[in-house]
Design a protein around this ligand. Structure first.
Ligand code: ADP
Ligand code: MG
Length: 421
């Protein structure tokens, strides 16, 4: 027997516990789905769609709900001859400007990459840089024209675009500007609550005609979600009741994310599976000890994932903290961090944000376990000091892998000289 052997003591279909598995229907989201469906109703009625802005923390079903409802919408629309519903989906992770969103959108029409996209325009993809803005908008217009009908454009993780948000103003207006026959509805999805407040007033007026918030799940809801998935994922004779409950409790206590709960349960299943293949025979269970260990693994991984998916200014804020940390001057207060952040932003070619926004980024990073707030009150009750809550080395590593455009090297060298990494 070789090293790899197929065995199926624990999982029936492990993939069901992966985040990219689309469940047939969402649990515990009845009201939110109704609200979302109402916002989409104008499409079925043949009217001009409202633009929708959907927000909530990560892992609360925003993408899954969008996939479910739009797929239903498109299939229900087939019953009516006078409407033709087309879907285009773009995930904006890593897209930091309106230009990039527009060029990726054109290429999504021409070379679909995402699950929900239902069109394919027969024109060549365009290069992602160096294409004049005017020409880019002309290409986009051509694509919208040739698709026609009612086009729902989903811009997922739109908060990555940051403050360069012109496209969110122009796209909803494209019908008027270009005198198109096609009706356009934009669905913007954001993981970052504060992104909305940062949008210009004119963008808010256009994009946020309908606003829907998805709150975090509580332990009971997460238990229901996991139970349903566990039924399909594990063999019938594998005991998982206690594991499901504990995984749900951990995830609820932390962020209320279904993604996190699923990750914990899947890893716990892997641990149980390893154990089962070591001592063959006997009843198999995914138990609380497996979940405890899995929870720790997921926590570590999550922090690193969290850094990867930060928006550009959040990364710049974190880089600033690293610089302060490398000089052994942390914890530091918000005002000083903001002063230094301005230089870091400029040095990396970004217009700095105001202090209020950096304050938001700092508390977000704190919430995500990347920074921690330190109380250095000396009796004055001042709590706005921050320091890194994970190792400098791990931040450098993630940055070097995923944010190579940022100036990380000089800070690393400084930290090396100080013997910190
Ligand atoms: P978001 O887009 O809000 O970050 P997702 O929609 O990607 O979250 O959900 C993360 C994972 O959790 C996916 O695997 C999704 O299928 C699952 N999930 C989220 N909410 C529910 C729910 N209410 N019922 C069943 N599965 C859910
Ligand atoms: Mg999502």
């Amino acid at each position: 027997m070789g090293r790899f052997r197929r065995e199926s003591h624990v999982f029936r279909t492990r993939d069901v516990l992966r985040e990219d598995y689309q469940p047939e229907s969402l649990e515990e989201r009845g009201e939110k789905l109704d609200e979302y469906a109402t916002a989409l109703q104008p499409i079925i009625d043949g009217n001009q769609p409202d633009n929708i802005f959907l927000y909530g923390p990560t892992g609360v079903g925003k993408t899954a709900a969008t996939h479910q409802l739009l797929t239903e919408l498109r299939s229900d629309a087939q019953a009516y001859d006078d409407i033709d519903v087309q879907l285009v989906e773009l995930n904006c992770t890593g897209l930091t400007s309106s230009y990039q969103v527009a060029s990726n959108l054109v290429n999504e029409f021409r070379n679909p990459d995402h699950q929900l996209t239902s069109v394919e325009v027969d024109r060549d993809p365009i290069p992602e840089t160096g294409y004049p803005q005017k020409r880019l908008m002309r290409e986009l217009r051509k694509d919208l024209e040739s698709v026609g009908g009612t086009i729902a454009i989903v811009l997922d993780e739109i908060d990555h675009i940051g403050s360069d948000d012109d496209i969110l103003y122009e796209l909803p207006r494209a019908r008027k500007t270009y005198d198109l026959d096609a009706k356009l509805g934009i669905i913007g999805i954001s993981n970052d609550y504060s992104f909305r407040d940062q949008l210009g007033a004119r963008v808010i007026d256009t994009l946020c005609e309908e606003e829907i918030t998805f709150p975090p799940y509580d332990a009971t809801q997460l238990t229901a979600i996991l139970e349903k998935r566990a039924e399909q994922a594990f063999h019938d004779d594998v005991e998982t009741t206690a594991a499901v409950r504990l995984a749900a409790a951990y995830a609820a206590r932390d962020r209320g994310s279904a993604r996190q709960a699923l990750d914990i349960l899947r890893k716990a299943g892997d641990l149980a599976k390893r154990e089962a293949s070591e001592n063959t025979g006997g009843a198999v269970a995914v138990d609380e000890a497996h979940v405890e260990e899995a929870n720790q693994l997921v926590e570590q991984q999550q922090v690193l994932e969290g850094i990867r998916s930060l928006t550009q200014h959040a990364k710049l804020t974190l880089l600033t903290i690293c610089a302060i940390e490398a000089r052994e001057e942390s914890p530091e207060r918000t005002r000083v961090i903001h002063d230094e952040y301005q230089q870091v932003a400029l040095a990396n070619g970004y217009d700095p944000l105001k202090r209020r926004r950096i304050h938001d980024h700092l508390s977000n990073l704190d919430l995500n376990g990347i920074l921690s707030q330190v109380d250095v009150s000396n009796g004055r009750g001042n709590k706005n000091y921050y320091e890194l809550d994970i190792s400098l080395e791990s931040v450098f590593q993630v940055f070097e892998e995923t944010a190579s455009e940022l100036e990380v090297q000089p800070i690393r060298e400084h930290a090396v000289r100080k013997g910190l990494v």
